[in-house]
Design a binder for this molecule. Structure first.
Ligand code: GUN
Ligand code: ZN
Length: 429
């Protein structure tokens, strides 16, 4: 296998900075090196040590740019790429007026492939190497997404979005077709290359109890795959869920009753949780996913990072196109701002961890992605920490590595991405 030595500042995590002092979890090297062999990282260390040990290996030197594991987006909707930044609605109206008409087009394989490819390319240009995506009810939309990701060798998570009520005719399946199509797509894609299937009921309001039940049964047959959905995003949504499921103890119970609460569950948003719901998520060891640009854009509320990330596996995500950016840097900035509004000051190490190792752990893919460990996939982002004049002048007076990284977290975007590596290949720009 061809080897490459990639040089730059390196940043990696060996622990969770929410449950340990962050200083104990971070490994930063001012002059770092990553030895890549084929699609894997085989060794990390200091530049001098690795260059001396591998004198014949070709070198890619990024100078003082910062190299970390590629960003991992733990919740997004690729079919919403073309309608990102749609104005003026809260969740339910936003779904009905903008989202559902757009998603109705994904029965067309040509359109689905075009948007899937566009989404993967935008992700890579923003330094995101793994996407976790909802699709639409159409099996073609799932094939298009896994196909586009495979063509780029990206590790992705996705599944057929299931809805059999409270959606237009063009966007409704049934309890039975949701089960049948999900099962056959799972068998077609899960474990093929870098594809991971996730059973995907959109959210309780768009599934009948019968559909939630069949998907719970499917998860019972394949407990090792992920299950992704939405939970407690907006207060009007929660009121609606209470009307639709009068016997449920709370929103989480609408999933739990039907076998859709488990350790491989991913619950997007999870903003307005009751204490019982937090206790249950922690007890089951499920994961929540914070989508801060979406939560401010759609006006949903302020995620309780202080209360959740210490107890529940937590990922970070764009939630494109409810989210207003494809950038995990912009997403980290929004997470910082939401934290400030809730009185939780997030350290830059915690933000970087959420966007890499934390999201990988939420997806239970931390053996594969999210870190610079020997054996991990060589999925990397190389960040220019002085990518614009405004960032450069602030970076110039940085006093330590975190002071040098924080301006890029707060003010950076795709211009900060010097390169993205996927499975040992530099793919962008
Ligand atoms: N809840 C159910 N569907 C969606 C969606 O597409 N986006 C967001 N933000 N919330 C949802
Ligand atoms: Zn979502």
């Amino acid at each position: 296998m061809p080897q490459t030595l990639i040089l730059g500042q390196t940043l990696d995590f060996s622990g969770n900075p929410f449950t340990q002092p962050w200083q104990d979890t971070v490994q930063h090297r001012q002059h770092g090196a990553i030895l890549v062999d084929g699609d894997r990282i085989v060794e990390t260390g200091d530049t001098d040590t690795l260059c001396r040990a591998h004198p014949q290996t070709p070198v890619r030197d990024y100078g003082d740019a910062l190299i970390t594991a590629g960003f991992v987006d733990a919740h997004m909707h690729y079919p919403q790429t073309a309608m990102i930044a749609s104005w003026g609605k809260r969740l339910i109206d936003w779904l009905n007026d903008y989202t559902f008409p757009e998603e109705s087009q994904f029965g067309d394989p040509g359109y689905a492939s075009e948007i899937a490819g566009r989404t993967c390319d935008l992700a890579l240009a923003h330094g995101t190497t793994t996407l976790t995506s909802f699709t639409t009810i159409h099996p073609t939309s799932v094939d298009a997404f896994f196909g586009a990701a495979a063509a780029r060798n990206m590790a992705v998570v996705a599944g057929k979005t299931c809805m059999d009520r409270n959606a237009p005719d063009t966007l409704r399946d049934t309890a039975q077709t949701a089960y049948d199509d999900s099962k056959s797509l799972l068998n077609k894609w899960h474990g093929v290359g870098r594809a991971h299937y996730a059973i995907t009921p959109r959210f309780s309001p768009t599934s009948t109890p019968e559909q939630l039940d069949t998907l719970g049964q499917l998860w019972g047959e394949y407990p090792d795959v992920l299950m992704q959905t939405h939970l407690s995003e907006q207060t009007d949504e929660i009121d609606w869920v209470r009307d639709l499921f009068p016997s449920a103890r709370d929103y989480l119970d609408t999933y739990e009753q039907f076998g859709l609460l488990g350790p491989n569950g991913l619950y997007g948003h999870s903003i307005h949780l009751e204490p019982r719901e937090v206790d249950r998520l922690a007890e089951i060891d499920a994961a929540v996913v914070h989508c801060p640009t979406s939560n401010t854009f759609i006006g949903s509320g302020l995620f309780d990072m202080g209360g959740l990330a210490t107890r529940v596996r937590t990922g970070l995500a764009t939630d494109t196109g409810g989210g207003s950016s494809f950038s995990m840097l912009r997403t980290m900035a929004a997470a910082y701002e939401v934290g400030q509004l809730r009185g939780t000051v997030l350290h830059p190490s915690q933000l970087m961890w959420l966007a890499t190792a934390g999201s990988a752990r939420a997806l239970r893919l931390d053996n594969e992605i999210g870190q610079l460990n020997a054996g991990s996939a060589a999925d990397l982002v190389v960040l220019d920490l002085a990518s614009t004049p405004a960032i450069a002048q602030r970076h110039a007076r940085a006093t330590d590595v975190w002071d040098a990284v924080f301006p890029t977290i707060m003010m950076g975007d795709d211009r900060a991405v010097r390169a993205t590596w996927v499975a040992g290949h530099c793919v962008s720009p």
